[in-house]
Design a protein. Structure first.
Length: 199
């Protein structure tokens, strides 16, 4: 039982440490799923600036496309891992609307890079953190390679770091209660051994 309690304590402290470390990050990370006309699907996370006014990072997979081949292949998958930085708000839209290009391949450190495929991603952040995808708006809309248009989407914020800390605190409280209960159960046996040893 003691080994189980130690393992629980380690798990609780790990969750608390992760929550504390994550709270230092200023960006908002959303889980995103995009379904395209071709049947291709993007699944991953997109990092947004703290006020959602731009895209700061991406990490996901575009199935049905392959790096090194431009266009839909219907097989394979393509890692989408960086944001094109040479056009700022590529959508050309104003107000609380932004569009960026999510790229496969490799960035070159100047905002550009080598790529085969990209996802144009345009959204309205007026009611952030609730974002509205703009499939056909501005210069780029939401599509793959300006050709394969989005037909459905899901954008959901990841749990806030504060939620992780709260979860960790709750688990720590449960651990403390369990440890106290365990020590109270053992108290009569320890007292009996102590009394027997002193006779």
């Amino acid at each position: 039982m003691t080994k189980t309690l130690r393992m629980l304590a380690i798990a609780v402290l790990s969750v608390a440490a992760i929550g504390t470390a994550a709270s230092a990050k200023a960006d908002n990370i959303d889980n995103v799923v995009l379904d395209f006309e071709s049947g291709a699907v993007f699944t991953g996370q997109i990092d947004f600036a703290n006020d959602y006014s731009s895209i700061t990072g991406v990490n996901g997979t575009l199935t049905g496309y392959e790096y090194g081949i431009s266009g839909f292949t219907g097989i394979g998958s393509d890692a989408i891992s960086w944001v094109y930085g040479l056009c700022g708000n590529c959508s050309g839209l104003t107000g609380d609307q932004f569009g960026g290009l999510l790229m496969d391949g490799a960035p070159d450190g100047t905002g550009g890079g080598t790529y085969s495929n990209f996802i144009a991603f345009t959204y309205d952040y007026t009611n952030a953190p609730n974002l509205v995808l703009l499939p056909v708006s501005g210069n780029i809309g939401t599509d793959v390679d300006y050709d394969d248009f989005v037909v459905s989407s899901s954008i959901a914020p990841t749990p806030e770091p504060g939620s992780m800390v709260l979860l960790g605190s709750g688990l720590l409280a449960l651990f403390c209660m369990a440890a106290r209960k365990q020590s109270l159960r053992m108290l009569p046996a320890i007292t009996a051994r102590h009394n027997h040893a002193s006779i």
